[in-house]
Design a protein around this ligand. Structure first.
Ligand code: IPE
Ligand code: IPE
Ligand code: MG
Length: 246
């Protein structure tokens, strides 16, 4: 039986978040420049998006560029931004054909103009799609996002449109850039690193974490299926006892 057939379609996560990591090491292993790894990571993005959409996963969120990544060598940052524009340009048609809605979270205003415009255009073009929402976390960091949410809540309180006692977890969630999305039930990180790297800190509170040593450019549909199968074997207790859950 193939991996895909082992997946229980009734028990799919509604939201999968991914930290796409290991491009640089993948390239280095091959004696190439880091950028070569980024270019080869695009195929893995395509496979992952396709796999998620085919299964019927509603939300897929990919960590593509962190706030901290701005501090990388200038040449690498520039190459990543160009790759982004290029990829969005090339893939919009496929997104439309597959019913995928593009979305982005992060400090998008920090992106180069061209990137920002391409991105907004693709978001607008795919806005009517309903099968899967693909969110790119770009120039994103969770602490930045949380700080922005706090600022907006404070402004509403200051303006008198919100009372401090009305601040609830739900209200706070609604002020994050992921407002309206369910929290990810599953978070996948490639490249064998066991950390969160400032990704969706609030939203991942009860996510199942899945780590694979595979480097991102080697990640394929079967790897995604393996993560889902692993997730489906877990018992999610949310603080209860095993007996209570069963
Ligand atoms: C992930 O791969 C892509 C981005 C962070 C943009 P890395 O570039 O972090 O690759 P490694 O972790 O150095 O191997
Ligand atoms: C996290 O990867 C960010 C992205 C995948 C975009 P990093 O490679 O930047 O994370 P650290 O620095 O190893 O924690
Ligand atoms: Mg890395």
């Amino acid at each position: 039986m193939g991996l895909r057939e082992q997946i229980d379609i009734e028990k799919l996560p509604s939201h999968v978040a991914v930290i796409m990591d290991g491009n640089g090491r993948w390239a280095k292993e091959k004696g190439k420049l880091r950028v070569f790894g980024h270019h080869n990571g695009v195929k893995s993005v395509r496979e992952t998006v396709e796999a998620a959409a085919e299964l019927g996963i509603q939300y897929l969120t990919l960590y593509a560029f962190s706030t901290e990544n701005w501090n990388r060598p200038k040449l690498e940052v520039m190459a990543l931004m160009e790759l982004l524009v290029h990829t969005i340009n090339n893939e919009t048609k496929t997104l439309l054909e597959n019913g995928i809605r593009l979305n982005a979270i992060g400090n998008l205003k920090a992106l180069p103009d061209k990137c920002y415009k391409e991105l907004q255009q693709a978001i607008t073009q795919t806005a009517g799609n309903t099968r899967t929402t693909l969110t790119l976390a770009l120039s994103y960091s969770s602490r930045w996002e949380i700080t922005e949410a706090v600022k907006r809540i404070a402004q509403e309180v200051k303006a008198g449109s919100l009372q401090p006692e009305d601040i609830t977890e739900q209200l706070f969630s609604n002020h994050l850039s992921t407002a309206g999305m369910p929290d990810p039930e599953l978070m996948i990180r490639t490249s064998g690193e066991f950390r969160i790297s400032n990704y969706l800190l609030w939203q991942l509170a009860y996510a199942e974490l899945y780590f694979t040593p595979k480097l991102w450019p080697d990640f394929r549909k079967d790897d995604f299926y393996e993560a889902i199968i692993d997730y489906q074997k877990r018992e999610r207790r949310f603080g209860l006892t095993s007996e209570q859950v069963n």
